[in-house]
Design a protein around this ligand. Structure first.
Ligand SMILES: [Zn+2]
Ligand SMILES: [Zn+2]
Length: 447
């Protein structure tokens, strides 16, 4: 007896040999891509697509053309910034999905990164957030469209954006899971209710083959991968990386986002949030050089401004998009040419959070705390052995910790505590702080 998955592997092998898909997809790569593109083409030219013999690629800036952020009642202070999901940093999934020998559930895997990409080029993450238990929708973290912004100020959904059906209708998938299977809405294309959905919200029909559906309760979309995917560092690999010029922010207790306006698409935005009945605003503007200027307007109307500069592009393009999300980052690809500068000199720009040209112990300690918190996932220590596999926290200390995990473990117990992190960084800091005034400035920041 040949099991279904064995048959499909044989079919896939035949496809590779002949250039024509076996199994359900009796199409060549080009016709398959044309079929898939029907959903994404509805959102052109904001969404661009391409394909090769194996994969379908989706390029976008990650921002939807519908509203964002309004309705969030648990806010981490992140905002939507345009992302560069293009070139080697595009979204991708296989043209011809292959059923997995051991399908992986999203209940216990894939808490990081996306599990699907919507027809409008916006990624969809696991409905359970990266603590492995919180349902983002039930926790009030999502806006009325099912999305919010992540630590890279990257907008993403955690449930399928059914609003896209206004453009797509019921007959086209609203998204594709990263294993390559389509995700349809709450109904079949003919409007009837899907029958016999499996634990991943999927089933096979004669017309559509295997496909997933959206549901109004968990798992909301594909609750795992019926098809083959590569899991690496807790997420599907490869997938694009999001980034923000500013360090990750902290949750703001009691805040509710009441309004969000796009003043100029891709450039200028205004977010209003309410705390204790009083409205504050975050107005922000993306400049041509990639820097972002934030104006924080408090309830009295007083404005505090901060500008975060884009990270300099160093190290060239990141190897054909094969790097896992956040595992490497410009500036960590090896020492710069020439004599190596002290770490604090090399990373002063990213450490100087308030951009006053000096690096203070407070700025360093803050980065230590936020990097530690993220790596430790809410726990009180980080296992040295696991740190290299974690998604890199996007601040200078976060990058340092990944590379120097062992050195941070000062008592050698295989674990890093927040105190060890701060101690190590401040010890290095004091070496560089030649005049001992608690800040690095002037000649102390010259290589
Ligand atoms: Zn999220
Ligand atoms: Zn169906």
């Amino acid at each position: 007896m040949i099991k279904r998955n064995q048959f499909s592997i044989i079919a896939a092998a035949l496809f590779v040999a002949s250039g024509v898909a076996g199994g359900f997809y009796a199409q060549d790569a080009k016709s398959r891509a044309t079929e898939i593109d029907k959903s994404f083409a509805k959102f052109a030219p904001a969404v661009k697509t391409r394909s090769d013999e194996k994969n379908f690629y989706v390029e976008s800036n990650g921002l939807p053309d519908h509203g964002m952020m309004s309705g969030i009642t648990a806010w981490q202070q992140q905002v939507p910034l345009p992302q560069k999901y293009s070139g080697p940093n595009a979204w991708q999934f296989p043209l011809f999905p292959v059923p997995a020998k051991e399908p992986m559930s999203a209940k216990s895997n894939f808490f990081r990164g996306a599990i699907a990409v919507a027809a409008n080029g916006v990624p969809i993450f696991n409905p359970i957030k990266n603590d492995g238990r919180t349902d983002t929708l039930l926790a009030g973290e999502l806006d009325q469209w099912g999305g919010h912004s992540g630590r890279g100020d990257d907008y993403h959904y955690h449930i399928p954006p059914l609003i896209l059906q206004e453009k797509l209708g019921k007959s086209l998938p609203v998204a594709y899971a990263l294993d390559g299977y389509p995700i349809y809405g709450l109904t079949e294309p003919d409007g009837t209710n899907p029958k016999d959905l499996d634990g991943f919200n999927g089933h096979s029909t004669s017309k559509l083959g295997y496909h997933y559906h959206a549901t109004k309760t968990y798992p909301y979309l594909n609750g795992g991968f019926h098809g083959e995917v590569t899991e690496r560092g807790g997420q599907v690999d490869p997938q694009p990386r999001a980034s923000s010029p500013r360090p990750a922010t902290e949750p703001l207790r009691g805040a509710k986002i009441s309004d969000f306006k796009t003043l100029e698409r891709g450039k200028s935005y205004s977010l209003t949030y309410i705390v204790d009945g009083k409205a504050s605003k975050v107005n922000y503007q993306v400049n041509a050089d990639g820097s972002v200027k934030f104006d924080f307007v408090d309830p009295t109307g007083s404005v505090t401004s901060e500008t975060y500069r884009g990270r300099p592009e160093r190290g060239g393009p990141r190897g054909g998009g094969q790097n896992r999300d956040g595992q490497r980052r410009e500036g960590e690809l090896g020492p710069p040419p020439g004599p190596r500068k002290p770490w604090f000199v090399d990373h002063a720009k990213g450490l100087d959070s308030n951009l006053d040209g000096e690096v203070t112990t407070l700025e360093v300690t803050d980065q230590c705390k936020s990097a530690f918190k993220e790596y430790a996932d809410g726990g009180d220590s980080i296992t040295v052995a696991e740190l290299p596999d974690k998604r890199t926290v996007r601040n200078e200390v976060g990058g340092f910790m990944k590379v120097h995990a062992k050195e941070l473990d000062q008592d050698g117990d295989g674990k890093i505590t927040e105190a060890e992190t701060i101690e190590t960084m401040l010890r290095m800091f004091r070496k560089q702080d030649k005049n001992g005034d608690g800040k690095l400035s002037g000649s102390e920041l010259e290589g």
